[in-house]
Ligand binder design. Structure first.
Ligand SMILES: C[S@@+](CC[C@H](N)C(=O)[O-])C[C@H]1O[C@@H](n2cnc3c(N)ncnc32)[C@H](O)[C@@H]1O
Length: 235
C-alpha cells in the first residue's frame, strides 16, 4: 500500500459518521475537555473530523509529519460540500451531549481550521510560546520511536501551551501491529502510557487518565482492546 492509499483507507475508518464504542469515548473526551485555540498534533488525515467533537474550540491548527496527510486534509477542507452530510451522525452525537446545534454546525467547525502544515513534533512546533489553550494528540505520541523523541516532543508541547492549558492525549494498549502500514503510523512506542505519564510528571504536568475497554471488532484495521484518555494540565 502506498502512502496516499494508506491515508485514504485510514480516513475511511471515520468517513461514515458512525459512533461506535471507541468514538463515543474519544468524542466524549474531546467534547468535555477541548476548548479555545487548539493544536491537533499528529493530525493524520482527520483534523476536520475532530473539529466536530470540539464545540468549545475557537480556532484549530493542525500539523503532521508526511506532506501527503496535509495535501489530503487541505483537499477535504476545500470539498466540504461533498462530504459534510456524511458527518451528521457525529453532529447528532455531539447534540446528545451539549444540546441542539445550528444547521451549519459542521461547516462552521471546519472553517475554524486556520492552518494545516507539515512539521516534525520531535524537532520543533512552528508556533509562538503559550499560543494554545489545548493540544490534542490522538493516537500520535505512541508513534514516536524512543524515550528521547517522546521527551523532546513533550518539551515542545509544553512550550506552546499556555499556563493552565491542557494536553489531551489518547493512545492504545499497543495491540495494533499492522505490517502493511508505513512505518510512521503505528510502529513506535507500544505501551507508551506509563512512560508518557512519567515524562509529563517530570515536566510538572498534573495528570488524570481513564482506561476504556473496547469490544472486540474483527473488522477494525487495528487490533487493540483498550484506549487510554489522558489529560495533562500545565500548571
Ligand atoms: C495513528 S495516526 C493518528 C492520526 C490522527 N491523529 C487520528 O486521530 O486518527 C498517527 C499520526 O502521527 C503522525 N506522526 C508520527 N510521528 C510524527 C512526528 N514526528 N511529527 C508529527 N506527526 C507525527 C503520523 O504521521 C500519523 O498521522
Amino acid at each position: 500500500m502506498n502512502k496516499y492509499e494508506y491515508i485514504d483507507k485510514y480516513y475511511n475508518l471515520y468517513a461514515y459518521g458512525e459512533v461506535d464504542a471507541e468514538m463515543e469515548a474519544t468524542g466524549g473526551f474531546l467534547i468535555d475537555q477541548a476548548k479555545g485555540r487548539v493544536l491537533d498534533c499528529g493530525c493524520g488525515p482527520v483534523p476536520q473530523l475532530w473539529t466536530i467533537f470540539m464545540p468549545a474550540m475557537t480556532e484549530l491548527y493542525a500539523i503532521d509529519l508526511p506532506q501527503e496527510s496535509i495535501d489530503f486534509v487541505n483537499k477535504k477542507i476545500s470539498t466540504i460540500h461533498e462530504w459534510a452530510g456524511d458527518f451528521e451522525g457525529y453532529k447528532s452525537f455531539v447534540e446528545s451531549r451539549v444540546g441542539a446545534l445550528p444547521e451549519d454546525y459542521i461547516s462552521t467547525q471546519v472553517s475554524k481550521i486556520k492552518s494545516v502544515s507539515q512539521a516534525d513534533m520531535v524537532k520543533a512546533l512552528p508556533f509562538d510560546d503559550w499560543f494554545f489553550d489545548t493540544v490534542i494528540s490522538l493516537y500520535s505520541l505512541e508513534c514516536l520511536k524512543n524515550e528521547k523523541e517522546l521527551r523532546d516532543t513533550i518539551a515542545n508541547i509544553k512550550r506552546i501551551l499556555k499556563p493552565g492549558g491542557t494536553l489531551l492525549h489518547i493512545n492504545t494498549n499497543g495491540e495494533n501491529k499492522n505490517n502493511v502500514l508505513p512505518a510512521y503510523t503505528w510502529n513506535g512506542l507500544n505501551q507508551s502510557s506509563t512512560l508518557l505519564r512519567e515524562l509529563l510528571e517530570e515536566q510538572k504536568f498534573l495528570i488524570t487518565c481513564e482506561e476504556v475497554k473496547l469490544p472486540q471488532n474483527d473488522d477494525s484495521m487495528y487490533k487493540y482492546s483498550k484506549i487510554y484518555l489522558m489529560r495533562a494540565f500545565k500548571q
